[in-house]
Design a protein around this ligand. Structure first.
Ligand code: NFE
Ligand code: MG
Length: 567
């Protein structure tokens, strides 16, 4: 008998996501992804000054505030044809790189590792053999017997007091948990250490952005970081060297802990390299621009269709018509008035809630499409585009990952294994390594540019009369983010955000094609329908953020039925 399992809300994510799966013969046969809340940022922006849009849009989400600020200023600058100074470009790049490092570390350790790591089993780990295993894989000084013993003692004291503190409510002892107690002990100790390193990355955002979450230093036309090496209050060598030190600490953690953990844990769960592919059309946008116009980038972006790396086509600039002309959103199955497919410049936002109906409308999330195709976005898309296009850093770290995981698993792994649930985790770690290396290089460029006497941070501009439109994209931690703005006589006429989690969490469309979350769940095993851990594994691998996906919160606070509340 098929069984319907509802997980509502899915937690250890940002926002409110409901997943329904139909399970039969131990496997998922059908699935629905539903965003369960609504806000109105895009409506709030209508009629306002486009210079303020970045401040509003970064309130879309409590997790990725920065990314909406960046996409917004890029969109308005694109509409006004404003070119920003090199210092501004590099300062923005350092902020988005650091934000992304914080985000990827938090995602792996704090939001998803406990789908794979059994905290209670770590109590049976042996600090001596765990340390020996770790030292065979990495020079990280935090893997000592003493360190691991301390973590084990801390865990034991939680359990002896009858509570696991932050680790309460996990699926401990679930049959799908497969790691050796020593590996669980190591992973729990890295979970705690990761808290320190995500903070270091975020400190970089705070130093340059003046505050985090919700940076304060942007302006349409540049940044507001005055540069004067002889002044305590401005961006000076002291602050620049603090940033360098923090990034180097994070780089060591990424190389010696994060990458190694993902490779080793991934290898120990090898069957998950064949579940969860779902949609294998991929979309990523280029980022970390190296010039003032946005025509050269250190992170490539583009499209891949049907999982075929030979189809890779790159986006060339912040103005590329291949991106601009191919994005649409469809609302046939989403709670908005109508059933249209429209380009973001042409969209309107008219909420129309009705009951959740699997055969009709069932989500607040729209269904974005690229050239009428369902696309998966996120680190995997970006890494595959980089790998296929010969991007050196991507190839270096992706090959490292495949080789290391392969040697632990005792198998030869090629890039095709990345189309999977674990592939998304691997890609996020690979991307963190690429980004921290690139950030340090951009730090060097910034210091050299300032050293050459350039302290320019802002390009003055004025609003044109009449109507102009622009788009800005950013490869955010969860994937391709784009903001679209129509400006009339210096006021916002229309504003649309097409967000990474919207691409991935979106519902079916007018042709009944499933979105990426939905498609990725088909054929996932489910050992115990009362504890659908495997469903969480695949959904968490995307790093869902529903606040972003819907950028809207029901003002009437409509309650939806909670069938099951799980970790
Ligand atoms: Ni709210 Fe976000 C990112 C954006 S979402 S976390 O990354 O944009 O999908
Ligand atoms: Mg939107």
């Amino acid at each position: 008998m098929p069984q319907m399992i509802t997980i509502d809300p899915i937690t250890r994510i940002e926002g409110h996501l409901r997943i329904d799966v139909e399970v039969d013969r131990g496997k998922v046969q059908n699935s629905w992804s539903s965003g369960q809340m609504w806000r109105g940022i895009e409506k709030i922006l209508e009629g306002r000054d486009p210079r303020d849009a970045w401040i509003f849009t970064q309130r879309i989400c409590g997790v990725c505030t920065t990314v909406h600020a960046i996409a917004s200023v890029r969109a308005v600058e694109n509409a006004l044809s404003v070119e920003i100074p090199l210092n501004a470009q590099l300062i923005r790049n350092l902020i988005v790189a650091a934000h992304c490092l914080h985000d990827h570390i938090v995602h792996f350790y704090h939001l998803s590792a406990l789908d794979w790591v059994d905290v209670v089993s770590a109590l049976k780990g042996n600090p001596k053999s765990a340390s020996k295993l770790a030292e065979s894989l990495s020079p990280w000084p935090g893997n000592s017997v003493k360190e691991l013993q301390a973590v084990k003692d801390k865990l034991a004291s939680f359990v002896n007091r009858g509570q696991l503190g932050i680790f309460t409510n996990g699926y401990w002892g679930h049959p799908a948990m497969k790691l050796h107690p020593d590996v669980n002990l190591l992973a729990v100790s890295h979970y705690l250490q990761a808290l320190e390193y995500q903070r270091k990355a975020n400190q970089v955002v705070a130093i340059l952005g003046a505050k985090t979450p919700n940076i304060q230093n942007l302006a349409v036309g540049g940044v507001a970081n005055a540069i004067n090496l002889d002044n305590e209050a401005t961006l000076n060598m002291k602050k620049l060297y603090a940033i360098k030190g923090l990034l180097e600490d994070v780089q060591r953690f990424v190389e010696q802990v994060y990458l190694v953990d993902v490779a080793a844990i991934g290898a120990m769960y090898a069957p998950w390299l064949s579940y969860g592919a779902g949609v294998t059309n991929y979309l990523a946008v280029p980022d970390l621009p190296t010039d003032t116009k946005g025509t050269t980038f250190d992170l490539p972006g583009g499209t891949i269709f049907d999982g075929n790396l030979k189809t890779t086509r790159l986006f060339e600039s912040f103005n590329d018509p291949y991106f601009r002309d191919n994005v649409t959103e469809n609302i046939a199955r989403a709670w908005y008035d109508g059933d249209w497919t429209r380009h973001p410049y042409e969209e309107d936002t008219v909420p129309a809630y009705s009951e959740l109906d699997h055969d009709g409308k069932y989500s607040w999330v729209k269904a974005p499409r690229f050239d009428d195709k369902v696309m998966q976005v996120g680190p995997l898309a970006q890494v595959l585009v980089g790998y296929a296009s010969g991007h050196k850093r991507t190839q270096k770290w992706a090959n490292w990952m495949l080789k290391t995981a392969g040697s632990v698993a005792g198998a030869k792994l090629g890039p095709q294994v990345l189309h999977s649930t674990l592939g998304r985790h691997a890609a996020r770690a690979i991307r963190a390594a690429i980004i921290v290396d690139t950030a340090l290089e951009h730090w060097q460029r910034l210091v050299e540019n300032i050293g050459s006497g350039d302290t320019d941070i802002f390009t003055p501009w004025t609003y044109p009369k009449g109507e102009v439109q622009g788009f800005g994209f950013h490869e955010a931690p969860r994937g391709t983010l784009s903001h679209w703005v129509v400006i009339e006589d210096g006021k916002i006429k229309n504003y649309q955000c097409v967000v990474p989690s919207t691409w991935n969490a979106g519902p079916r469309d007018e042709k009944d094609r499933k979105g990426p979350y939905e498609a990725s769940l088909i054929d996932n095993p489910v050992a115990d329908p009362g504890k659908p851990l495997e469903v969480l594994r695949t959904i968490h691998s995307f790093d869902p953020c529903l606040a972003c996906a819907i950028h809207t919160l029901d003002v009437e606070g409509r309650e939806v039925s909670k069938v099951q509340t799980l970790v």
